[in-house]
Design a protein around this ligand. Structure first.
Ligand SMILES: [Zn+2]
Length: 324
C-alpha cells in the first residue's frame, strides 16, 4: 500500500484517514497537563495558582469544548490565556470556546495570520476535513491574538513562572514554545512530533535542526509535542527531539541531492519518498505530509527563503502533479 503510486491519487491521502482517535488527558508535572489524541493535534494545559493557560486550541470550538470539559474535571480556575504556538488553522480556530482574556502569539505568527491566515484556513479545512469536526462552529473570520511578543515573554500565574520563547524558525517562521522552568516541562508545538510525521509545508529546513538544538539545551524533563503521545521522561524527550531532527534532516538531504542533479519536483518526490518510507512510513499522516514537505523543501533548496502561500487551489494542483 505504501507506494507513491497508490497513495498520491487525486483525492488527498487524508480522505482515507477517517478513524476517530482515542483522547488522553495526562498530568505531566505539578502544573502541566497534555490533551493528546493518537497523533491528532495536541493541546497543552498549564494550571497556575490563579488561572489556566492553554497552548493551542484544537481545530474548532466544538472540539475545544472537550478540552474544557477535561480541564473542568481537575480545576475550576478561569482560563485566562490561550497561547498559539503558530498560526496553523488546526491549532487556532477553536480559540473562541475558551473565552480567554488574552490570545498570545509571537509577532511573527501575527504577521503570518495577516499575510496568509485566510488562505491557510481554506487550505487546511479542504485538505483534512476530519480534523475540523463541526467546522460550522468556527466563527467567521480569523483568530486574532490580543498580545504579541518578540523573542521572550514571561507570564506569572500567581507564583508559577511561564515562559513563552521563540527559539528559532522551524515548523513555521513564528514558532513559539511554552516552558515551565521550575518543573522543566516544555510544550513544543509542531517543532517536535512523536510517532507522527512532521508537517513541513511552511517550514524552514535550514533552521529547524538548530532550533531543535535550542529546545534540547533547555533539558526538558517532560515534553508535549504537537502530535503524538506526551513524553514524560528525559529519554522519551530525547527520542522525540532526535526523531524529529532525523526526519527533517534526512528529508532535506534527499531533496537537495535530487535538486543538485537537476531533477524536477516529481522525481525529487519519488526519490525522497523511497528514502524515507522505510524508516518513517509507519508514522501517522506520512502519506498526507510528504508531498507538502517535499514541495516546500524543494523550494528552499532552489533558493526560496520563505514558504509560498498554500491555497486550496495550489493544494489540489500540487497533489495532482505529484500523482501523475
Ligand atoms: Zn502546524
Amino acid at each position: 500500500m505504501n507506494t507513491p503510486m497508490n497513495t498520491a491519487t487525486k483525492s488527498f491521502a487524508s480522505q482515507a484517514d477517517l478513524e476517530e482517535k482515542q483522547v488522553s488527558f495526562t498530568r505531566l508535572s505539578a502544573h502541566a497537563w497534555a490533551y493528546t489524541a493518537e497523533g491528532d493535534p495536541n493541546t497543552g494545559i498549564v494550571i497556575g495558582d490563579d488561572c489556566v493557560l492553554v497552548v493551542d486550541t484544537q481545530a474548532t470550538p466544538v472540539m475545544a469544548a472537550d478540552v474544557i470539559r477535561r480541564i473542568r474535571e481537575v480545576t475550576d480556575k478561569p482560563i485566562r490565556y490561550v497561547v498559539l504556538s503558530h498560526y496553523h488553522a488546526v491549532r487556532v480556530l477553536g480559540a473562541s470556546a475558551y473565552r480567554p482574556e488574552h490570545i498570545i502569539a509571537s509577532q511573527d505568527t501575527f504577521d503570518l495570520i495577516v499575510e496568509r491566515g485566510e488562505q491557510d484556513k481554506a487550505s487546511e479545512i479542504g485538505r483534512f476535513p476530519r480534523l475540523f469536526r463541526n467546522v460550522e462552529s468556527v466563527p467567521p473570520g480569523l483568530t486574532w491574538p490580543t498580545l504579541t511578543f518578540t523573542g521572550k515573554m514571561t507570564l506569572w500565574l500567581g507564583k508559577l513562572e511561564v515562559q513563552l520563547l521563540q527559539l528559532g524558525r522551524g515548523h513555521t517562521k513564528g514558532d513559539t514554545v511554552v516552558w515551565l522552568p521550575e518543573e522543566r516541562t516544555l510544550f513544543s508545538g509542531d517543532l517536535v512530533e512523536f510517532g507522527a510525521t512532521p508537517y513541513a509545508g511552511d517550514a524552514y529546513f535550514e533552521d529547524w535542526p538548530a532550533t531543535l538544538g535550542r529546545l534540547a539545551a533547555l533539558q526538558p524533563a517532560q515534553l508535549v509535542p504537537g502530535r503524538g503521545a506526551a513524553l514524560g521522561a528525559p529519554a522519551q524527550v530525547k527520542a522525540g527531539l532526535d526523531g524529529t531532527r532525523a526526519f527533517v534532516t534526512e528529508l532535506y538531504a534527499a531533496v537537495k541531492a535530487g535538486a543538485a542533479v537537476g531533477e524536477d519536483l516529481n522525481a525529487v518526490y519519488r526519490r525522497t519518498y523511497a528514502a524515507l518510507q522505510p524508516r518513517y512510513g509507519q508514522w501517522v499522516i506520512f502519506d498526507h505530509c510528504l508531498p507538502f514537505d517535499v514541495t516546500r523543501a524543494f523550494d528552499e533548496a532552489v533558493g526560496h527563503r520563505d514558504p509560498r502561500i498554500w491555497t486550496a487551489e495550489r493544494d489540489r494542483q500540487m497533489w495532482a502533479s505529484l500523482a501523475s
